[in-house]
Design a binder for this molecule. Structure first.
Ligand code: SF4
Ligand code: SF4
Ligand code: SF4
Length: 377
């Protein structure tokens, strides 16, 4: 019953807002509240149902392959999009009020957008389920179903906050024969669980494209940090980052994250400010790189304008090969061990920070995070 989900997950601070339970509920009773912050029940549950607690990512965190930092993959390559102007667009081109901010929040490499546009244009999928943007707070994500190029580009760009993307998967599989999902590791795992339980998801989900996720920001803690920095939250239009932490030349304590306000100014967010705003619901999550996706697409370790792509399944491999053959992507090999070493260093740096934290109310959170960081080296 919902009250079990409420007690064991939502009120217990374990809900990572993946949205999977909304698509899983056989009675269609679950929904995301209007603020995108909580899963609510809009009816009376049958007494013997426990689908939502069974499938819940917060209650049953993802199991990962602890022997390999990025999980299992058949190939890892650097990929660049050759689809001309895909990299030139961001959400802000589509918003007259923000058009002057057009340069902000452009895709880092455009690889994910290019893949989705290709899949849609070739008819390989009918839609892509993605994290779009809220109208009222464009820096926050909101689940979206993209069916064409413009809708894909409209949703592009970084939004490092929880997004109940999987809540709209049920609508996607009900209306389209083949569906692509772009999501964080919890969304990918949620989609796998839905496909394992229900035939409609198994038959209709065609591609799972994972975006690695180390940590995500809590909306409430982030806005507190922004206010402390003297930023008017109403003026925020984007939160973006250079993912500089994994670049060769950048020190590990440089996060490269910044807040963008309506006047076009960038306000850097320090590593400590980021950590203070991290979502505590995510402390049980150990899947960094979306190990159960067909493809994981990351900026880590990639030169500017390129992505690092972990090819994990045959269908993922065929997709990349087809796009390369058609001249839409270019790929090249690189020294994977260097990325791996850098990621280990980042995990070790996180451990040092975690161990330096005061043993106050933070201590439980800290201990759990230490457990998680320990996996990675
Ligand atoms: S999945 Fe079952 S228990 Fe959960 S809200 Fe739906 S009907 Fe209720
Ligand atoms: S399935 Fe996801 S959204 Fe639903 S309660 Fe669990 S963690 Fe929250
Ligand atoms: S850390 Fe990222 S992938 Fe893991 S549960 Fe939180 S939002 Fe999802």
């Amino acid at each position: 019953m919902y009250k079990d989900l409420e007690r064991q997950v939502i009120s217990a601070g374990k809900c990572v807002m993946c949205g999977t339970c909304v698509s899983a509920c056989p009675q269609d009773l679950l929904a995301v509240d209007e603020w995108g912050k909580r899963i609510v029940c809009v009816g009376k549950c049958p007494i013997d149902c426990k689908v939502c607690t069974d499938i819940c990512i917060g209650l049953h965190p993802i199991e990962v392959d602890s022997s390999e930092i990025f999980g299992a993959f058949s190939e890892v390559v650097h990929v660049q999009s050759l689809m001309g102007d895909v990299k030139q667009y961001s959400y802000f081109q589509y918003q007259p009020i923000h058009r002057s901010l057009g340069d902000i929040a452009k895709p880092k490499s455009g690889v994910v957008s290019s893949i989705l546009i290709y899949l849609l244009q070739e008819g390989l999928v009918g839609c892509a389920v993605v994290a779009g943007r809220r109208q009222d707070e464009p820096w926050r994500p909101s689940p979206a179903i993209a069916t064409n190029r413009n809708e894909v580009l409209y949703a592009s760009g970084t939004k490092p906050f929880h997004c109940p993307t999987n809540a709209v998967l049920i609508n996607a599989v009900a209306n389209f024969d083949r569906v692509a999902l772009v999501g964080l590791p919890c969304h990918i795992e949620g989609a796998r669980r839905l496909a394992g339980r229900y035939r409609e998801f198994q038959e209709h989900i065609a591609y799972l494209i994972g975006i690695p996720c180390g940590n995500i920001l809590s909306r409430d803690l982030f806005t507190k940090q922004a206010v402390e920095k003297g930023i008017d939250v109403e003026e925020i239009v984007a939160v973006d980052f250079d993912n500089a932490v994994f670049k060769e030349e950048v020190p590990l304590n440089n996060l490269g994250m910044y807040i963008v306000t309506r006047d076009g100014r960038r306000h850097p967010l320090s590593l400590n400010e980021f950590k203070a705003a991290m979502a505590k619901e995510c402390i049980g999550c150990k899947d960094f790189s979306a190990e159960y996706s067909d493809l994981s697409v990351a900026t880590l370790g990639a030169p500017t304008g390129w992505s690092t792509v972990f090819i994990r399944t045959r269908r993922g491999k065929e997709l990349i090969e087809d796009m390369v053959t058609k001249g839409l992507l270019i790929k090249r090999q690189f020294v994977y061990e260097k990325v791996k070493d850098k990621a280990k260093l980042a995990a070790q740096a996180e451990m040092v920070w975690l161990k330096s934290q005061p043993k106050t109310w933070m201590s439980i959170v800290t201990q759990a995070l230490i457990k998680r960081a320990r996996i990675y080296y």
